[in-house]
Design a protein around this ligand. Sequence first.
Ligand SMILES: O=C(O)CCC(=O)C(=O)O
Length: 228
Amino acid sequence: MTASAEMRLDLAPLESGRPRHYRSAGLPNADFFSAVGLFVVRGFLDSDTCGRLRAEVRDAETRAATVKLDGGEYDVDQSTRSTELAAVSADGFTLVEERLSAVMPDVASHYGLELSRWQRVQFLVYREGDFFRPHRDRDEKEDAPAFSRERQVAAVVFLNGDGDPATADAFRGGALTLYGLFDRADGDTIGFPLEAEEGLLITFPTDVVHEVRPVEAGERKTVVTWFV
Ligand SMILES: O=C(O)CCC(=O)C(=O)O
């Protein structure tokens, strides 16, 4: 990115008398993704809840998450997705689902969609080196599984954020990176990495290509689901 492009990213117009800052530690933050039209909520989960869910994920049994293979079937393929799914308690699910229920009407009205429910929530943990290569969350092909075809809006909640894992339950690297946010010929090739924050919810239409870049240090913990 050129220096002038960075300047444009960093400062918004002086609408309210002072600029909004779209970056803090070097990556575009929640304000930037909100400004380009996505529905985001800071503090969607409070810090105590995030701490409790992180502890559950840490202590839970985990198994490798699956991914859609070339033939259309779902299986583990760690060259495409290296991520673990954590089996947290029913209470853990309830904590997140109460918040999803409260926010669903706002997500629906933001994107002008009718949403009726969300799919089974997944608690994900990415350890050092883990990643999820660029993909879309919806497959519209007629022979695609119904669960994939029906997905309208993806939701990702961060249980921890970017930071120094030596001093906090945080991680480095592992940026959720979204492509095609701008309507220009090369838009699909330009990815914007999000600065992760504890408790942040980010949503995006399921045709948006996204990836999780390799985690460099620490453990990255997120909760994901899809509104349908
Ligand atoms: O963990 C994340 O930030 C996103 C996970 C993801 O891309 C997915 O489950 O489709």
